[in-house]
Design a protein around this ligand. Structure first.
Ligand code: LLP
Length: 436
């Protein structure tokens, strides 16, 4: 997995750093990010655009994993940043991320969030609905700032992980739908608004997608619209944002394409369609989250209790679980793992990895082949970089883990482990009765 290796002691090494030492130094559970792999993924996307010589932006969908250090890395890599909340925008501001490369998403941005975006003069707001369109224009006028916008459309292409189906009617909380014609009204309104600069349209068809078919269908849909808008309103988009959703390999059976191949295919179709419609080639924007950080992340856990049910199953419990990785409980997501301190030993047993939360559904991996594991061993679970820490929570008042970046043999702590004090930081005591 990634740039991981096994050293002569049989320890798992990531980014040139011994994970057993990381576990000892920072404690467990611990998220370890292989920075070189994030660089490589970003490079693959960008290179695919550069090769075809088309104008582009690759925006990191920061919901996958956000913290100040990650935003600083994204900046260093020349990525733009997709934020979906005031909290993510605030983190970007704190990280000194260049605001002109920030894109703001969301189906229910609050007025305070829209004001924050206008005040920060971010690069683009992806407008989702009529309410937002009107309010954003009002806020821009009030603050005397013209904002770049994209309109989010529901292209009628639904991607269900590897599968996709074309839906005649859209039923989604996101964006302007095509069937009712609302999207045309939105385009006309936005195009004529003096406080909004309509750059183009956005579509996001889903997540953890393995094929290019859905993206191709979305592009085709977009061009049908673009041709219509040119004729009806004289509006020609300069930006097409095709969203994120590029799949990654969690387990051996997953079959994503190499990152750049999604892009190459998109470019091919956009180019062809632009020529057919006699339009100048628009900029293509994408917003990958998972595929930039997913396989760069590994979680280290300490193994605690064991439970053997004769002829049924062996459970191994770790010191985290659905509090740091909700995906198995929420989506039946599958992961692979090894013993980080005995990574060279052959798997002779099968263990099911349980978390420590008070729920039977808190299982991280079913039937994982491992060497004979014991308490004090360290389990490394791979591909936890996206939507792991991001969806971590304090269920059962379990403190959230620490996060370290590793590269070239060096480790850097980027998020501190929560302490018990942090858990009660916002709690207020019952008002004491005055003693008589
Ligand atoms: N753009 C938009 C508008 C999105 O809604 C999303 C993800 C992305 C980009 C990034 O998608 P990605 O490249 O990461 O697939 N919590 C779920 C995933 C939710 C994705 C939500 N939107 C999970 O753990 O699988």
């Amino acid at each position: 997995h990634g740039t991981s290796q096994i050293n002569e002691q049989g320890h798992l090494v990531i980014g040139g750093v011994n994970t057993v030492e990381l576990a000892n130094q920072y404690g467990t559970p611990l998220f370890v990010y292989d920075v070189a792999l994030i660089r490589e993924r970003a490079w693959q996307f960008q290179q695919a655009f550069k090769k075809e010589n088309v104008p582009y932006q690759v925006a990191y969908a920061s919901k996958a994993f956000s913290c100040m250090a990650m935003f600083q890395l994204a900046d260093e890599l020349g990525l733009s940043l997709d934020v979906v909340s005031g909290g993510e925008l605030f983190t970007a501001i704190q990280a000194d991320f260049p605001m002109e490369r920030v894109h703001f998403h969301g189906n229910n941005k609050s007025l305070a969030e829209l004001e924050m975006a206008v005040e920060a003069q971010i690069g683009c707001v992806v407008v989702d609905n009529f309410y937002e369109l009107a309010e954003l224009s009002r806020i821009c006028k009030e603050k005397n700032y013209k904002m770049n916008i994209l309109l989010r459309i529901t292209p009628g292409v639904e991607a269900h992980t590897h599968d996709y189906i074309s839906t005649g009617q859209e039923d989604s909380k996101f964006g302007f739908d095509l069937v009712s014609g609302q999207v045309h009204e939105a385009v006309q309104t936005a195009y004529e608004d003096e406080w909004l600069k309509l750059l183009g349209v956005h579509s996001h068809i889903g997540s953890q997608i393995f094929e290019t078919t859905g993206f191709v269908m979305a592009v085709e849909k977009m061009f049908e619209l673009v041709i219509e808008w040119k004729e009806r309103f004289g509006f020609v988009p300069t930006v097409l944002n095709l969203g994120g959703g590029f799949g990654i390999r969690y387990i051996e059976g997953d079959t994503p394409l190499p990152a750049g191949e999604y892009v190459t295919k998109m470019i091919e179709v956009v180019k062809q369609k632009a020529v057919e419609a006699n339009l100048t080639m628009p900029e293509i924007w994408i917003e990958p989250g998972r595929s930039l950080v997913g396989d760069a992340g590994t979680t280290l856990y300490s193994i605690g209790s064991k439970k053997h049910i004769p002829n049924v199953r062996d459970y191994l419990a770790v010191d985290g679980g659905m509090s740091d990785n909700l995906r198995p409980a929420l989506y039946q997501a599958e992961y692979e793992g090894v013993l980080a301190n005995r990574a060279n030993e052959e798997a002779t047993e099968t263990f099911s990895i349980a978390g420590k939360c008070c729920e039977s559904g808190d299982m991280l991996i079913w039937d994982l082949p491992l060497p004979k594991a014991n308490h004090e061993d360290i389990l490394a679970v791979f591909c936890t970089g996206a939507y792991g820490y991001a969806m971590a929570n304090n269920y059962n008042r379990i403190p959230r883990p620490a996060v370290v970046f590793v590269e070239d043999g060096e480790a850097l702590e980027v998020i501190r482990r929560e302490r018990f004090e942090d858990l009660v930081r916002l709690d207020l005591p019952l008002v004491k009765k005055v003693a008589k």
